[in-house]
Design a protein around this ligand. Structure first.
Ligand SMILES: *[C@@H]1O[C@H](CO)[C@@H](O)[C@H](O)[C@H]1NC(C)=O
Ligand SMILES: *[C@@H]1O[C@H](CO)[C@@H](O)[C@H](O)[C@H]1NC(C)=O
Ligand SMILES: *[C@@H]1O[C@H](CO)[C@@H](O)[C@H](O)[C@H]1NC(C)=O
Length: 217
């Protein structure tokens, strides 16, 4: 009897939680910050620290590694990404996916899997930050990703994807920090003129980079 009551209490608790699913929020339209990435795949482990800038009004996303060895500018209006090295080498290639501005849901006709609400957590102690976690399947590479955003303002905190890709374990995490809502230096979005040559090894670039749900890279 006591067990039954306990189970009933758990069920009620679970139901109450289900009702508390937050809305599928949309990320800020202009932001920049730091992105720490770790990826483990068949070629081993890579980690990098990048500064990222995103401006919805110009439909561009820019990343620069903190050592200034290279930068990447994605022009989503043309679905082209430019990789520009500090030595002046530049390659252009197509990006396969539009960036996602919101938690995937019915408003994205091209995302076949709706995100499933995983739950909410608080980072830090009392007075800490309330975060919502959403999970969904990425088609390529075929991994399950969990996106974490702040409840207040839908700020993109992290994205972690894990699964098996080409028969080997695949793991990638992107963690964002120090976010601000303005672009300090708009030249981060500049691309070379005349445009740099297109990448002959296009497919390789795509398979390597299309691992972030948010950026489509
Ligand atoms: C996604 O959610 C929308 C609205 O809730 C629903 O109409 C649609 O069938 C869902 N799609 C999938 C693949 O579950
Ligand atoms: C959905 O996919 C189709 C074909 O792949 C493409 O033409 C269309 O622009 C996409 N829509 C969005 C909103 O990305
Ligand atoms: C992030 O913010 C903290 C606190 O303002 C600052 O000390 C730190 O230098 C910033 N880091 C970067 C990489 O901008």
């Amino acid at each position: 009897m006591r067990i039954f009551v306990a189970i009933a209490a758990i069920l009620v608790g679970t139901c109450a939680k289900q009702l508390d699913i937050p809305t599928r929020c949309c990320f800020p339209k202009v932001w920049e910050g730091m992105m720490a990435t770790v990826q483990i795949d068949s070629s081993g482990m890579k980690s990098s620290m990048l500064s990222v800038s995103y401006d919805f009004s110009v439909d561009r996303f820019a990343l620069q590694d903190v050592d200034m060895k290279y930068r990447i500018v994605v022009d989503y209006s043309k679905m082209i990404q430019y990789v520009i090295t500090s030595e002046g080498l530049c390659t252009a290639s197509k990006v396969p996916n539009k960036e996602l501005n919101c938690i995937p849901g019915s408003i994205f006709p091209n995302v076949s899997d709706n995100a499933t609400f995983v739950g909410s957590v608080v980072y830090g102690g009392p007075g800490g930050m309330v975060l919502d976690k959403w999970s969904y399947k990425v088609h390529y590479p075929p991994v399950t990703a969990v996106i974490t955003v702040t409840r207040d303002g839908c700020v993109y905190i992290s994205e972690v994807g894990a699964g098996t890709f080409g028969g080997v374990p695949f793991y990638r995490s992107d963690e964002f920090s120090n976010i601000t809502y303005a672009i300090k230096d708009p030249t981060v979005f500049n691309v070379p003129s005349p445009p740099c040559p297109s990448d002959q090894d296009n497919n390789l670039v795509l398979t390597r980079r299309q691992t972030s749900v948010f950026t489509g890279l």
